[in-house]
Design a protein around this ligand. Structure first.
Ligand code: MEV
Length: 302
């Protein structure tokens, strides 16, 4: 059986979500797919994702091997002689939740191979163990979206509250500059003394509330304005780059309602919301800057 973990975008609230504030996030319609197939030659548990040029043994000294073992240990499935064969429709290290998508897909594939029920709590625990190794202080937002799909407001204390919304078209621009989430999370911890009383973290949390209300009222200009303010605050915390700033500026000056970095920053991706007739012009501006963007439709169900 082929199993999936979805990629995600954070519309508002990244970094602040680590300190208990809400984040507005949505799953992409793509991610990582995975199937566990017997390895005829025998040997160690393996993982092979040609789309990411990733081929490892569980016994390798490699971060993904350690993550894989954290998952199998958490699930209690041992180390069967199988190859986890995967495909990825999102880039890795791009701020689109690839590691959580991978962890959820692997967890589901391992349970399926063991002929166990795909229990959501067990999958969440296993994927979170993997994320803790990959990212340190992860809030859990990426795992929640990789598993549940849809759109919602996530808080560490209460998890994901999904809601129905009109489908939302989001322009996504993977900058091509890789970064590590944990380094960016550490940077924000230094900038804010890791204090939930920091006024920039509080402001990011408040923008999640304002932007979510705007989205629910179909006020895309209002959502875009919250996104622009959030980008400014994130840049002030040191997690933007000249490239991300200029991709956001290009989107805004080409008619976007709003644009911001998404995910941890320091590279990774930007997102923009724009009137339908401006989308192609924005994608062309990004292309001229060397970034191949795409339109993701998120939310729906209303
Ligand atoms: C990463 O997608 C989002 C961060 O807020 C980290 C986290 O919440 O785990 C930067």
């Amino acid at each position: 059986m082929t199993c999936i973990g979805l990629g995600k975008i954070i519309l508002l609230g990244e970094h602040a979500v680590v300190y208990g504030f809400p984040a507005l996030a949505a799953a992409l319609d793509r991610g990582v797919t995975m199937a566990a197939v017997p390895t005829p030659a025998g040997g160690s548990l393996r993982l092979d994702i040609p789309a990411w040029s990733l081929k490892i043994l569980a016994s390798d000294d490699h971060p993904v091997s350690r993550a894989l073992l954290a998952i199998t240990d958490s699930l209690g499935v041992g180390r069967p002689t199988v190859t986890l064969v995967g495909d990825a429709q999102i880039p890795h290290s791009a701020g689109l939740g690839s590691s959580a998508a991978l962890a959820v897909a692997v967890s589901r594939a391992m349970l399926s191979h063991a002929k166990r029920k795909l229990d959501a709590k067990e999958i969440a625990a296993a994927a979170s163990a993997s994320e803790a190794l990959m990212h340190g202080r992860a809030s859990g937002v990426d795992v929640a979206l990789a598993q549940a799909g849809g759109i919602g407001v996530y808080r560490k204390a209460t998890g994901l509250r999904s809601f129905a919304s009109a489908p939302l078209r989001v322009l996504v621009g993977p900058s091509g500059a890789p970064r590590t989430t944990s380094a960016m999370v550490d940077k924000v911890a230094d900038a804010t003394s890791a204090s939930p009383d920091d006024k920039r973290l509080r402001a990011l949390g408040a923008l999640t509330d304002t932007g979510t209300n705007a989205l629910l009222a179909k006020d895309l200009a209002g959502l875009g304005a919250s996104m622009n303010k959030a980008h400014e605050i994130l840049a002030g915390l040191g997690v933007s780059t000249d490239q991300l700033d200029s991709l956001c500026d290009a989107a805004r000056s080409t008619g976007a309602h709003g644009a911001k970095l998404t995910g941890a920053g320091g590279g990774g991706a930007v997102i923009a919301i724009a009137p339908r007739e401006r989308e192609n012009a924005i994608l062309t501006e990004w292309k001229n800057a060397g970034v191949t963007g795409f339109v993701a439709t998120v939310g729906g169900g209303a």
